[in-house]
Write a protein that binds this ligand. Sequence first.
Ligand SMILES: Nc1nc2c(c(=O)[nH]1)N[C@@H](CN(C=O)c1ccc(C(=O)N[C@@H](CCC(=O)O)C(=O)O)cc1)CN2
Ligand SMILES: NCC(=O)N[C@@H]1O[C@H](COP(=O)([O-])[O-])[C@@H](O)[C@H]1O
Length: 289
Amino acid sequence: MALAPRLVPNRARDARPVARGFVVARLRIPRVASRRRRPASVPGVARSPTSRESGRSSSRAFSPNAVAGDASGSGVAGEAKRLAVFASGGGSNFRAIHDAIGNGKINGSIELVVSDKASCGATEFASSNGIPCVQYPDKEGGGEDKGLGRLMRALGDQHRVDYVLLAGYLKIVPKEVVRRFERGILNIHPALLPSFGGKGCYGMRVHEMVVESGVRFTGATVHFVNEKYDEGRIVAQACVPVYPADSAADVAARVLKSEHEMYPEVVAALCDGRLRWGEDGKPVVWTAL
Ligand SMILES: Nc1nc2c(c(=O)[nH]1)N[C@@H](CN(C=O)c1ccc(C(=O)N[C@@H](CCC(=O)O)C(=O)O)cc1)CN2
Ligand SMILES: NCC(=O)N[C@@H]1O[C@H](COP(=O)([O-])[O-])[C@@H](O)[C@H]1O
């Protein structure tokens, strides 16, 4: 049986940009036999002994066990995390995460898809892969609470979701969900927050603003979700150039490609317990040397 890896965090200044363009910290994880193929892009990753079953993350000082969503630092190493994806559109980020799970890069399973749309690319992909879908908000059938009660039951008792991943979801996630999944909801935004973020900043509109602004770089941001649009703690960013002749569509395609590379890696770290909160309240993706 593989021994639980002892994490020996390096000093914060060891965090340095990597070829992928987003910053990770470095820690020495003794190589342990892993039952599953390690994520190709993060060699030598071992399973961290975490489990969301042990309840919510505490706000205690940083320690090797202070991982997102883990209150005790104990738990069953390697247990696949149960994921819900919220999407409103084509679902390419959803599909990138689904593919990374299938390739063994993410230790998780997508148990539920939530959309404000009765049908979109994401819900069609979910249905064709046997993944249940729930509509929220559901103005027609949801009554006063727009289906909030049904959503909470689906995320809780029915599908026992550990983490929520927003992937092109265009509505505000209600505070009840944000509080239920403290430090357990990620979002990908198609710009370098805090620039070009907030209400009204979504989809192609973001890239139109970027081109109009004349900035020379843009990119994507993965951040934790709080009760406001795009104000949660930033986890990782990927940077791409903006060329003078670029249209908004050119920029959108370049940013989307970087999203498909970055988001699965961050989700893999979240599911492996390698997404850790420092004493300064900033989350960091850790990987092996
Ligand atoms: N509680 C939270 N909910 C959501 C967040 C968040 O950070 N906290 N992120 C958004 C995703 N997002 C940017 O990354 C975003 C999505 C949509 C909007 C927006 O202005 N929406 C419009 C409605 C658009 C429509 O219905 O077509 C609006 O609210 O008027 C801003 C940012 C997901 N949810
Ligand atoms: N502010 C939220 C927002 O604009 N999210 C963006 O919507 C697109 C969804 O594409 P997808 O449906 O193909 O994943 C992605 O570019 C994502 O960053």
